[in-house]
Design a protein around this ligand. Sequence first.
Ligand code: NAD
Length: 260
Amino acid sequence: GLKGKVAVITGSTSGIGKGIAECLAAEGADIMLNGFGDRSEIADLEKKIATEYGVKVTYSSADMSQPSEIVGMISEAQKKLGNVDILVNNAGIQHVSPVDEFPEDRWDSVIAINLSSAFHSIKAALPFMKDKGWGRIINVASAHGLTASPNKSAYVAAKHGVVGLTKAVALEVATNGITVNAICPGWVLTDLVRAQIEARAKESGRTFEDEKRALVSEKTPSQDFSTPEQIGKLAAFLCSDAANQMTGAPYSVDGGWMAQ
Ligand code: NAD
């Protein structure tokens, strides 16, 4: 189990990050949540995880587009929970547009939140992990860290960058008892994907359900979504002793997308 370990999970107020936080808490890790959302809903989530799993839970409102807030989040976790043993870089946003119409500010936000935030949090957390001679860094990349789709240039560039960052840092800390890996989900039905399905439905005039099926079948041989819990279980496995020789690699959870 992960009793006595402290896990910081960025973007864990919803979707995949929330699933990962719950799975790590289920293994006994104390949790720092992060992300946007309604403050009272976040307080409820803190309470729910703490009581259900008997772990300490705290929350940072740090904005992952702001380097100083990211560094503040890591030091707050160390102060409030005692260390940072596990870092999950999960916060992410999407913007869909052809590259020649892509707004500059959206490009900058996608790169900042989906890629640069992982650099800043890793830089801040590594000294604590090195001190203990143990650490786990998990970057939530994407199938789009390994292949491209049209109209997602910033996202694809950021996620390929995350996979590269994962490999580079894994090499640097390979003898420190620290592993660094990437998880590459295909489609998971979260708010981020619901927004894309809604946009497609608005454009085509078809129903949400029709567009949901169309979206998943375009890319996914299994014709189905993965769940946040399935991603969370993989994250928990990567934190286990059984995974201490797994480092520097992307792991697909995508219903066969990457096999095509
Ligand atoms: P989501 O929208 O449900 O969750 C995103 C989380 O990030 C939320 O908690 C949100 O508050 C937080 N967030 C957004 N901007 C932030 C910021 N500036 N600072 C701090 N937190 C911020 O989406 P999700 O699908 O759960 O996405 C989680 C990660 O998984 C993302 O990196 C995404 O790219 C990746 N991913 C998702 C899918 C999918 O199909 N849903 C597939 C592959 C990869």
